[in-house]
Design a binder for this molecule. Structure first.
Ligand SMILES: Nc1ncnc2c1ncn2[C@@H]1O[C@H](COP(=O)(O)OP(=O)(O)OP(=O)(O)O)[C@@H](O)[C@H]1O
Length: 246
């Protein structure tokens, strides 16, 4: 579904991604680990077409089309969605009304969806205004759920979220990525950024990558890589990657 070839990206004057290759097939969920400042959010921005980053070389192929020069709204129409790391506040717009508009759904259907993320009492409130950190995260996931994109990027869906909510969000992402269906029936794909990976206990993910200083330093089994990072830190993880390559 998504194929990235030799992608290099600048943010400001800084080269933040260098020759990235990434292939995410239909039905697959991949995880992206990496220390602060490694370039994880910049990669999601480049895929989305956020003008805050500039692609200086390489290709981003989505559903067979090179979308590198396509504006963001066209990419969204094509089926790309994002759960932002810092969900914006939208004063004057009620969450319920926004959800009705996003998916062309009636109030009853929106309420049913909101219940699944424990947000049914928030529908008459302005989007993310006065929401706690965890509530904003759940509201953001609910908006992406309503949008129903084919390829979904989640930027730290578990940061600042309590233990019960991590489970709720992890299970919801699993459902959004068709992981409750048989492998042959899965049509959605995703890329999930997480720091500590506790959320992986509630999700079925296929592959993980470690982004370090703008390059994909290592790829492999998600829980093995997570455990390695927790045990030895990124420095230890990177030394292990280098040993495996040599
Ligand atoms: N507009 C900009 N001008 C200069 N540097 C920038 C700009 N935007 C991002 N950067 C830098 O690019 C690097 C990568 O940032 P990015 O947000 O992609 O990291 P990240 O891996 O998502 O980090 P975190 O885990 O802390 O969220 C950082 O060093 C950041 O300061």
């Amino acid at each position: 579904m998504l194929e990235i070839n030799n992608l290099s990206v600048e943010a400001g004057d800084k080269l933040v991604l260098k020759d990235i290759d990434l292939d995410i097939h239909e039905g697959e969920a991949h995880v992206l680990f990496g220390p602060n400042g490694a370039g994880k959010s910049s990669l999601l921005k480049a895929i989305l077409g956020d003008p805050g980053v500039e692609v200086i070389s390489g290709e981003i192929i989505f559903k067979g089309k090179n979308i590198k020069d396509m504006p963001m709204h066209e990419r969204v129409k094509l089926g790309i969605g994002i759960d932002f790391q810092h969900p914006p506040r939208v004063p004057g717009v009620k969450l319920g009304e926004l959800l009705e508009l996003i998916g062309d759904r009636d109030k009853g259907k929106v309420k049913e969806m909101a219940v699944t993320l424990d947000l049914d009492d928030f529908l008459d409130r302005d989007v993310n205004v006065g929401f706690s950190g965890g509530e904003s995260k759940r509201s953001e996931i609910l908006q992406v759920y309503a949008q129903n994109p084919d390829f979904i990027m989640f930027d730290e869906p578990d940061s600042g979220v309590d233990v019960e909510s991590v489970e709720l969000i992890g299970k919801k992402i699993n459902k959004m990525l068709d992981k409750e269906k048989k492998p042959s029936e899965r049509k959605k794909s995703g890329l999930i950024i997480t720091h500590l990976g506790y959320i992986l206990n509630f999700m079925d993910v296929d592959r993980a990558h470690v982004l370090y200083d703008g390059i994909i330093a290592c790829s492999g089994r998600p829980k093995e890589i997570r455990d390695q990072i927790i045990e030895n830190g990124y420095q230890g993880c990177i030394e292990c990657c280098q040993m495996e390559r040599s």
